[in-house]
Ligand binder design. Structure first.
Ligand code: CA
Length: 371
């Protein structure tokens, strides 16, 4: 079997969406008539990743056997490493890895989770990941949390999404929001607090102590992601579990984070490595006794690829992430993933288990000038 064509395209979910909100998809065609789909991290619409695929990576893959995906993509990574290994390049390679696993599943007639060693669980609870709370008032935060409780999440994460250029901007108000949410949901529903890199080391420790008192489950990305030693210092000083890693793009980077003291890591399947890369991350985390709780906010391809991986983890210590509702959730797939009774069920269809609705895809497909 040979790769004969690699399509890259953006999806415009809502007619009003600017290009920065587009999704970035890839479809790989083989001479056997089997195709696979993948998704790149959609930062700024994923234009940089899709441009790299079109211009630099596709020529390396055409004519090759898709079952050689790990060799092919490691080769591409090392050939193109001076484009910058972190971000756009790893997102491009992640998209292709997911697509090639999808092909492998369709060739064998098996879901990806079977091919990576089987599932410890076939129904996965999720946590509601709620963004944008830095800009909201306390009351507005409560109203949004109330709305998400209707989906029966196993936990709630409040994300602050403040600018990373003003650290410790309003710590008392941040803590007030955490306290109000705890009061709203009662003592038993697990809660997480995502600082989105919004604090200094001292500020993070202050917030972390408050979260410990409020019984929060984990404290995510308290300081700038590139200050690895500071992330480790906060993790070591606090009792609450401190997590990081959604902005880590290499296995070596993840090892550095673990070495600094972080005990829960959150690599993202569409940002680094795809399914192959996340399997390597899982081995690394397991060897160090560190929790692997993948980050994942893309509701279709990224989410489904992540479900297969999350189901295969020996320790599923936390629910899978499910982002804010959006128009991205519904369109272009015949059976878009949806939770039932608070659970996502693994698909039994071959590959990652998503079937494109070609008419819906054609209506939302967007082309951008190559980046
Ligand atoms: Ca986060």
């Amino acid at each position: 079997m040979k790769i004969v064509q690699i399509e890259t395209f953006h999806l415009r979910w809502d007619p009003a969406d600017p290009p920065a909100r587009f999704s970035a998809f890839v479809r790989v065609h083989t001479d056997a008539g089997i195709t696979g789909i993948g998704e790149a991290s959609p930062m700024q619409g994923g234009r940089a990743s899709l441009g790299m695929i079109r211009h630099e990576i596709a020529p390396l893959l055409l004519g090759q056997d898709p079952l050689d995906h790990a060799v092919l993509l490691d080769q591409a990574m090392h050939t193109l490493v001076k484009l910058g290994p972190e971000g756009a390049l790893t997102g491009a390679l992640a998209a292709l890895d997911i697509a090639l696993w999808d092909i492998k599943g369709k060739l064998t007639g098996l879901p990806v989770y079977k091919l990576i060693g089987g599932a410890w669980r076939t129904a996965l609870p999720f946590y509601a990941s709620i963004g944008g709370n830095g800009e909201r008032t306390v009351d507005e935060v409560l109203r949004v949390v109330e709305a998400r409780l209707r989906d029966q999440p196993a936990a709630i994460k409040i994300r602050f999404d403040n600018t990373r250029t003003r650290l410790d901007a309003d710590i008392p108000n941040d803590i007030a929001k955490a306290r109000a949410v705890r009061k709203l949901v009662g003592p038993d529903l697990p809660l997480a607090f995502d600082a989105n890199n919004g604090y200094t080391t001292g500020g993070a420790i202050r917030v972390g102590r408050a979260l410990e008192e409020l019984g929060f489950w984990w404290f995510e990305e308290p300081v700038q992601h590139y200050h690895i030693r500071a992330m480790g210092e906060v993790a070591r000083k606090l009792d609450i579990t401190v997590s990081a890693g959604e902005q880590t793009y290499t296995l070596a980077g993840l090892a550095d984070l673990i070495g600094a003291g972080v005990r829960m890591v959150q690599p993202d399947i569409v940002k680094m490595g795809g399914i192959t890369g996340l399997m390597r991350c899982a081995a690394l985390a397991q060897a160090h006794g560190v929790e692997l709780v993948p980050h994942q906010t893309q509701p279709t391809i990224g989410h489904m690829a992540n479900l297969h991986l999350a189901a295969s983890l020996l320790q599923g210590t936390k629910p899978v992430e499910w982002n804010d509702p959006s128009t991205r959730t519904h369109a272009v797939f015949a059976q878009a993933p949806r939770p039932v009774g608070g659970l996502f069920h693994l698909p039994e269809a071959p590959g990652i288990g998503l079937t494109l609705d070609e008419a819906a895809l054609a209506a939302r497909r967007a082309e951008l000038p190559a980046g």
